[in-house]
Design a binder for this molecule. Sequence first.
Ligand code: PLP
Length: 730
Amino acid sequence: MNRQQSPPSSEPAAELVCGNQFGTFFGVSQTTFDRVWKQITAPEGNSVAYVSMEIGADPDVFHPVRNYLLSHQVTTSKQAPLNQLLERYLNGPRKIPNYSGGLGVLAGDTLKSFADMHLPVVGVSLLYRGGYFSQVVDSKVGQIDHATSWTPEATPTLFRLHQPDHPEEPLEIEIPFFNGGQQPLLCKAQVWMKMEIAEGLDYFTPEFLLDYNLADAPQWVGEAAQQLYNAKSDYVKANQRRMLGSSVLPLLSALGISSQTIHLNEQHGVTATLHLILQELATTLGENYAELMTDRDILAAASRVSQKIVYTIHTPVKAGHDRFSREMYSSISHAAFQRILNLVAHDDEHHHEYNFTAMAMRLNRSINSVSRLHRDVTRKQFPAFTDKIKAITNGVHHLTWISDQRAELFDRIPSLKSWRENPGCFSSLAIDDYPELTSGLKEAWQQDNLRLIEYTNQMLDRHRAQMSETWIDPPNYLSRLSAPTRLEAEVFTIGFARRFSTYKRADLIFDDIPALARILVENNWPVNFLFAGKAHPEDEPGKSVLKLLLDCQEALFRHSNGLGKLIFIPDYDMSIAKLMVAGVHSWLNSPKRPLEASGTSGMKAAMNGVPNISVLDGWWVEGYHGGQTGWKFGYDGPVDEADLSEDPSTLLYNEDSASFYRQLPLILEAFYHRPESFLAKAVNNLKLNVPIFNTHRMTAEYIMAYDLHLDRATSAKIAQFRKLYQSDLG
Ligand SMILES: *Cc1c(COP(=O)(O)O)cnc(C)c1O
């Protein structure tokens, strides 16, 4: 996998030990470490703090240090502390469950690309001791959620910072909260650093994760710190948001990080701007600013603060936008915040609420949506900001999502020689390389499909065994059949996996099971439908969709005489995603247009050459290329008329499922009878979509909004990626 040269030392692992006053770390050389630390602490503040409620970057899908150690056969050391580190990196737990879905995985992919591109950025997020919930699925009950337990202490790539003068004491920073008054109530948080290390081990992006879950934490803090998106009440939710936003400045200052730009990955951390405004007011008006400040002073301070903020909005869906009652919020904020909030967070429709999306819209120097269609929708939702809202279409970290089998193939193709550093090279694939690429892709795809099918069959067997051992009814009809029925490789396999949320309509294609089954039976076409995903524990409608989906399994199997097999894989995470996107023959997305702002799982499939079958929504509007890369179905009319409602009566199940049933025979006919045409679509994905939907290109577009001063080599690299695609032109 890896192509670095061995360092000259007799103890190669020792070369990867690095550190500073905050700790001893592992994974890059001291020189590299110092270079990054110097950049992020430089007095001129030429770096960015990227603030996100969640970050998904599990080491089981991308772990360059482990790859390096394995490929250099560095597995033990004579020095005991090094040996412990090696043990942790090679065999330690490889999940960091601090994400719930697309937003977090995008954040992780983005930070990895910053590292690969040598861009000075630090991530800021929270560490959730209870992670996001884990999912068990019972066919009678549906989703059962339970707490996730994990040990940050044992997890490679993650380090707790210590105090500069007392290495045995964890660093604790104090974050000021103002529960209704003007005097700060200081809460403590420990700081973890996760290193997102570049594939060449020659750069890294530090992510600082705040752990508020300390023994002496007040109850309201402990409650909100435990689990990502704990939404037991608006009060807990608001506290979780401000635990992120209010920590940004104290964190940067405690570590000496000088970033002058804050990138808000969604509005969750927007309260950071309130603290910046207070700082501004204190600087201009002095200590008594709270008594002296006029509305005009506040607006002037807000306008200066805006110059530091870059904001990415991720969804048109209401649940993604935080609104809090003024009354509740007043009881937990600085007395001066109310006056600021009244000016910058007012909601024009709901006067008794503060609207944090509106606040983020008002306080920034740049706003971007996550696809072209989403830009148009966002402009309709926030017409006052039309001129400011630009598109920067999402991407995925290609090195994370391309399967090992595909990666080995790309390594062998001469015109793709630079693919690891430059995903843009797929656009200049040489004609001479087509035959080898096509036959190699076919082979790699078969292997990835076989792995997925074996994984699924083993899961079905395990569930079958559990049926007699536990009270859980296995989630799959096939496990419950008296005669074991297994999935077969090379049967057309459709994948669908993402959060369960009503607008994503996971059950859409099963709206008319007899119609679906007829397509399979009339042509004797077997099809595997592999589904996965979690519904937020408080999202009852989302959970119902999951249960409805399970209820379709038996009917589909019977109506199709066993040709159609619908399987649900519980506890979806990044490693299941990676297995699925490479192992299926097509990736399905069936949201109600235009509610899927971007979607990224389809891009992960495209990176592996897997065609998408999708509603023309989000990124697919840009990735469809007139049908060269996959198929579209469903409503694709203008967004002017489109309804942003998620009300069940507006979800277009009849129309859009009927449209799917019209497409499906064409897809199956191509797969089973014209395999070369199917493979041609796969190659088109590599050629047309890999160069666009990667996070290297996306970060190159973000850089324009960051306004960083970069060295010549980095600027040249950015310019090269900017040439690949300009999201905002379309
Ligand atoms: C990529 C990914 C997502 C996002 O999927 P969408 O189709 O964009 O909703 C969610 N969860 C996991 C684990 C992922 O890897």
